[in-house]
Design a protein around this ligand. Structure first.
Ligand code: FAD
Length: 389
């Protein structure tokens, strides 16, 4: 099936002129890399200054986040439902250094799972592990360093927190994504995710781990999971959100970068992941979490060749809120199982996420162009008089 992704989705045209103008200004601003770099360094320290938080909330936050609370995301979830798009409420805390903060994140995610139960279009919940476990501990586990007694207790505490979230999702009949983060903490995340898949994916795909295909070992890791896991393998396939930090750290610390050499290699690796997954549907369920039109077209083509229905239960697509609405709504319009990740949380907590989105859009010249073009075309379409009557 061929889908025309250039069609401007209705919900974008329905946005107010003010909202569209604010988003256009935002995508123009993120074009300047120096501005983003400055923002990353400065904003966390000046958030207390009157007006700064307000300005962030009215611009980048409003574009990329569903709200500060779960209740505030409800209208977004309902709009998506109107267009047959699923929603994934994503509590965006990822710097939880203290036990108190980690418990608070757990409580918020449990609330998002209960909320999912009340909405017909929220099949998934998700967690970023750095929201429920301290980063230094994840680094230590990943480096295979021996843990002190206190750290071993903290690790146990973290696993219990994660288990409670997976159990709640399973009990509510929901699926649960575990996000991937930086390669120096991913081994700990993968270990925990595999434990949870072993426990909850005996019969069904409940817990989904995430593979970043910009890493050199991603395809081999996927193959190993498929070959050896004695449970159903559930995956979110992403390219990866941290390639600049990964390359910078590797250069600074003098080890070979774990990232493939260039964008074309990341694309080839991602598409190899899609091919591998679709070849093992007896065991694998997966979500293609991507804004890449070619990868999406490839997956649609492969589904067609295998006579897999668009609204498959085991293959889905996902994009981030505020990005590539043309992909999401046109996929939904053709009956595909597609969702939007909707980050929410206090502005301060969502800053790392917002900065990543800004960097990503500054980094990929062409995609920034596409996003901006889409918004400008939506604005033009809005101005057109209704045709006919
Ligand atoms: C629903 C959803 C969930 C996500 N969850 C996660 C998650 O859990 N963890 C995570 O890390 N990311 C996550 N992401 C972000 C994702 O990893 C990408 O950063 C983002 O989607 C852009 O990649 P793309 O596949 O959309 O395609 P494109 O826009 O075509 O590709 C951009 C990506 O290509 C890669 N790339 C670009 N230049 C280079 C280069 N020179 N060398 C190597 N690679 C390069 C990078 O991964 C970059 O992000 C998620 C994205 C979505 C849509």
């Amino acid at each position: 099936m061929h889908i025309d992704f250039s069609k401007i989705p209705e919900p974008l045209i329905e946005k107010s002129k003010g909202e569209l103008n604010a988003s256009i200004m935002l995508f123009r601003a993120v074009h300047y890399r120096w501005l983003i770099k400055l923002g990353r360094l400065v904003i966390p320290y000046i958030l207390w200054i009157p007006g700064v938080k307000w300005a962030i909330k009215k611009t980048v936050f409003r574009h990329f986040c569903g709200g500060e609370t779960l209740a505030e995301t409800k209208s977004v979830v309902e709009t998506l439902a109107k267009y047959h798009v699923n929603a994934i409420s994503d509590y965006s805390a990822e710097q939880a250094g203290t036990r108190e903060k980690q418990e608070e994140t757990k409580k918020n995610i449990l609330e998002s799972i209960r909320f999912a139960k009340t909405q017909k279009n929220v099949p998934f919940a998700c967690v970023k592990i750095t929201g429920i476990c301290a980063r230094p501990l994840l680094e230590k586990i990943s480096a295979n360093e021996p843990l002190t007694e206190e750290e071993a207790t903290q690790k146990q505490d973290f696993l219990e927190r994660l288990d409670a979230l997976c159990a709640a999702a399973a009990a509510q009949g929901k699926k649960f994504f575990i996000d991937a983060e930086e390669t120096w903490i991913n081994p700990a995340i993968n270990e925990a995710a595999e434990m949870m898949m072993a426990k909850y994916n005996r019969e069904q795909h409940v817990v989904y781990t995430t593979i970043q295909f910009y890493t050199k070992d991603s395809v081999a890791y996927l193959q190993r999971l498929i070959d050896t896991a004695p449970y159903k393998v559930a995956l979110k396939l992403v390219r990866g959100a941290y390639h600049e930090q990964e390359n910078e750290r590797a250069a600074r610390m003098g080890y070979p970068t774990p990232i493939v050499d260039g964008k074309a290699a990341a694309d080839a690796s991602y598409n190899a992941g899609l091919r591998l997954c679709i070849g093992h549907l007896d065991k694998v369920s997966f979500c293609a979490a991507t804004h890449n039109e070619e990868s999406i077209a490839l997956l649609i083509q492969m589904m067609g060749e295998r006579h897999i229905g668009a609204n498959s239960d085991i293959i889905s697509f996902s994009q981030l809120y505020g990005m590539r609405d043309n992909l999401t709504y046109n996929l939904a319009g053709h009956g595909y199982n597609v969702s939007k990740y909707i980050p929410y949380g206090p502005v301060k907590e969502t800053l790392p996420y917002l900065i990543r989105r800004a960097e990503e859009n500054a980094g990929i010249g062409s995609q920034m162009g596409e996003e901006l073009q889409l918004l400008q075309r939506a604005k033009k379409e809005k101005r057109k008089p209704a045709s006919g009557k």
